[in-house]
Design a protein around this ligand. Structure first.
Ligand code: GMT
Length: 384
């Protein structure tokens, strides 16, 4: 197949999934065209089956806001037509699903049919998408995609609850590549981070409010009183300055390290004893899955799709939102019990293996085939 992929090319989970999916499809012999405003972070070096089309939008003094949607739609029309694509897969509904709808209609007027699959990732539904300023467009463009997937059962249900959905939503879980995400021997890292054999707690995210990184620090503060430990905060984002101030305020700067954005997260996860994800909203929690693949048990909230990934009592624990004490007690329970810790490490790995790319890729491929066939037989005419 010739597949066009539209996503946010930055560090967010949706862009990571879109890029890794495209690369896996390319390895499986498909021709993949990424259409984004910047080269996706994980695209890497030259690959015969991978093409990159940059969307650049014209700046003009009249435009206070550059009309990115128009530029993207025009680029989609151009790429689909000239590369003779079989399917467009857009990740994150806003604005990609609406833009794809526009491109599809322009192409249709030129006599070209292009099936569109939209993948809902989370905040495009839960936080941003359901805001009145976006919701009519989000609802319309979901209903008018030829195929719609959600990254967890919970996200599917929340989408149905928040919008008037008239189309089927297929749950296709996030995935990861075990060639990259696996525990490796990084003893020298461990020695540098925790020279006295302290336990290592880890959190990775984009440091937005929804991730509640404050809670990570507060949980760590309690844990550290009982067990010598260190906290690694990986990633960056709008909350960072505030979090650094919090660490200074509680006097834990020597035990908490801000590592910023890291390319080889798996190497750091390899020395982790526990992963903390106290998000207020999380459609799936790819970061937790990455930790589990590196044999790190997870303490997370029980919100969104997190319990579909982190199985309470098996791969870690899920706790009520904001319940710092519960999270800290569960952390101590694991860290103080070698047998339980070992069991949860191996359970985490086993659970993560269910989301291996080799298992999820064929699901996407057959979904694409189904949607192409559906459009070919004209089973889903666009309802304007
Ligand atoms: O929250 C993020 O890390 C970024 C965000 C995105 O869309 O880029 O992530 C969402 O999509 C990921 C991939 O499908 C999911 O694993 C995350 O759970 C989801 N984030 C939220 O729902 C808050």
């Amino acid at each position: 197949m010739k597949i066009g992929i539209v996503c946010y090319p930055t560090y967010g989970g949706s862009g990571v999934i879109a890029t890794e999916l495209g690369l896996a499809l390319a390895r499986n012999g498909h021709q993949v065209h990424f259409i984004t405003y910047k080269r996706p972070a994980r695209l890497g070096s030259f690959n015969t089956n991978v093409f990159y089309h940059e969307v650049s939008s014209l700046s003009y003094p009249l435009f206070e806001y550059s009309p990115y949607e128009t530029a993207l739609a025009s680029k989609l029309v151009d790429v689909v037509q000239h590369e003779q694509l079989d399917l467009l897969h857009v990740h994150y509904a806003i604005p990609h699903a609406a833009v794809a709808f526009m491109a599809k209609n322009i192409l249709s007027a030129k006599g070209y049919t292009i099936p569109v699959v939209t993948t809902l990732h989370g905040t495009d539904i839960t936080l941003v998408g359901s805001d009145r300023s976006f919701s009519p467009v989000v609802e319309f463009s979901i209903n008018n995609s030829d195929g719609v997937t959600a990254v967890s059962q919970h996200l599917k249900e929340e989408t149905i609850q928040k919008f008037d959905i008239k189309t089927d939503i297929e749950v296709i879980y996030n995935f990861l590549d075990f060639n990259r995400f696996q525990k490796s021997n990084k003893e020298h890292f461990k020695k540098a981070i925790a020279p006295e054999g302290e336990k290592i707690l880890i959190h990775t995210s984009n440091f937005r409010k929804v991730k509640r990184v404050d809670d990570v620090i507060k949980v760590f503060e309690i844990v550290r009183k009982e067990i010598p430990s260190k906290l690694l905060l990986i990633g960056d984002g709008p909350e960072r300055a505030h979090l650094e101030a919090l660490c200074r305020e509680i006097g834990l700067c020597d035990d908490i390290r801000f590592l910023g954005k890291q390319d080889a997260v798996e190497e750091l996860l390899s020395v982790g004893d526990l992963f903390i994800l106290p998000s207020s909203n999380e459609s799936f929690g790819l970061a937790a899955l990455e930790a589990m693949a590196c044999e790190v048990p997870v303490i997370s909230t029980n919100v969104g799709g997190l319990p579909e990934v982190n199985i309470p009592g098996e791969t870690g624990f899920t706790c009520d939102l904001g319940d710092i004490n519960q999270m800290a007690q569960h952390s101590l329970e694991i860290l103080n019990n070698i047998d339980l810790h070992q069991k949860m490490k191996s359970n985490a790995l086993k659970r993560a293996q269910k989301f291996a790319i080799e298992k999820i890729l064929p699901v996407y491929e057959s979904y694409y085939e189904k949607i192409i066939e559906k459009v070919r037989t004209n089973a889903s005419p666009i309802s304007l």
